[in-house]
Design a protein around this ligand. Structure first.
Ligand code: IMP
Ligand code: MG
Length: 174
């Protein structure tokens, strides 16, 4: 089966929105340093674009959790595949995610990271699908709320494909 990708959010639109969110974050954290946590693999493109536009000092760490198999349905299982390299104690931590869907991944992750005693812990997501929420998650920064459709691009994959698309698209099978 092949897929067709329909553009939902174009490259320009996404870039402009990321600039806005980065400016807001820079204002909110004025005088502080931000410890950005990129949630692999989906968060990697967004993390880079966001980090480049934040004007306060930034440090970076990476974490990998698994919650999805190679299909479009949640397994409901969250597992830390790769943990952070650095401790969070005393840091202003900002988690950067590609998408909040059911909220299972983030609600689990926020609890785990909160227990490591950061000074503050916030969440920034490129996309949010509020209609799909099963677990309550506080989203501090969101670039776009989108309808309940399976999307790819800008880090998001369908069976590991399409992460490199420079826009957000909807997968339509044909
Ligand atoms: P949640 O735990 O259901 O909130 O899902 C979190 C993860 O599911 C995200 O970080 C993505 O990796 C994946 N995911 C959810 N919706 C989509 C989608 O529309 N496209 C691609 N991946 C998705
Ligand atoms: Mg993700």
């Amino acid at each position: 089966m092949s897929e067709k990708i329909r553009v939902l959010l174009g490259e320009e639109e996404v870039d402009q929105r990321i600039r806005k969110i980065a400016a807001r974050i820079s204002r909110d954290y004025a005088g502080k340093e931000i410890h950005l946590i990129c949630v692999l693999k989906g968060g990697v493109f967004f993390t880079c674009e966001l980090a480049k536009r934040i004007t306060v000092p930034v440090s970076l760490d990476f974490m990998s959790v698994s919650s999805y198999g190679d299909d479009t349905k949640s397994s409901g299982v969250v597992k830390i595949v790769k943990d952070l390299d650095q401790p969070l104690e005393g840091k202003d931590v900002l988690i950067v995610e590609d998408i909040v869907d059911s909220g299972r991944t983030l609600s689990y992750l926020m609890k785990v990271l909160e227990s490591r005693n950061p000074s503050s812990l916030r969440l920034c997501t490129l996309l949010d699908k509020p209609q799909r929420r099963v677990k309550n998650v506080k989203v501090d920064y969101c670039c776009f709320e989108i309808p309940d459709e399976f999307v790819v691009g800008y880090g998001l994959d369908y069976a590991q494909k399409y992460r490199n698309l420079p826009f957000i698209g909807v997968v339509e099978s044909r």
